[in-house]
Design a protein around this ligand. Sequence first.
Ligand code: F6R
Length: 256
Amino acid sequence: MLVEVVDNYESLSARAAEVVIQQIRKKPDSTIGFATGGTPKGLYDRLIQAHQERGLDFSKLTTFNLDEYVGLPPEHEQSYAHYMWSNLFDHVNVTESRVHIPHGMADDIDEHCQWYERRIQEAGGIDLQILGIGANGHIAFNEPGSSLGSRTRIKTLTSKTVEDNARYFEDPDMVPEYAITMGVGTIMEAEEVLLLASGERKSRAIKKTLEGPLTAMVPASMVQMHRFAHVVLDEEAASRLDYRHHHGIAEPKDDA
Ligand code: F6R
């Protein structure tokens, strides 16, 4: 694992942007996996800037998003489709037909999930998958207890997630209880995963993910099995690590 610790959220976003921009420049027809949430917003702002000021070309990319709420149409303000278009895709020159986000209103969800997996295969697999991490160690919507070999499927949201989301919805009937999510197994097939974590709130999950045992109770710990996991943390997220990680090795911090 390549673990980099930077000062703060700004530096984390800048470092993540370097990695993604380098990937796009190296292979303009890359397949990139995108995440939603607060963590990658700074990265997406920088990608928009790179497009607008330096002509970074998104037109040949194929994209796959990690997850989407079941029951929300793409135009719903809380949908991940809406997030992706408003935070990134609307501001760069992506080719709409190559953008893939699971459809929360699919008639046959199981069939849709299988189609999503097939589309990833047909695209030649994901070159670079961007990931955030939940405070409980989830990746995408693979909550603790999810199979480490899982594929794209429908998952029940934890009661805590449903509770947390309720504040964003005027109509309590619209608060999603299910999501479609890439599986841990699907994510691990990406050539490279780029896991980003910022803030003290993530420090316990990061400690367990990088230095704890591989376990379905912390789905993100599966990055230990990945052949090229790149982890960028800010100091707060890294604050509970017992090891100093550098150049792909780890040394105990208190080993004087
Ligand atoms: C989002 C996703 C989630 C988030 C995670 C962290 O597509 O898959 O796993 O990455 O919940 O969210 P933030 O960045 O808001 O802390």
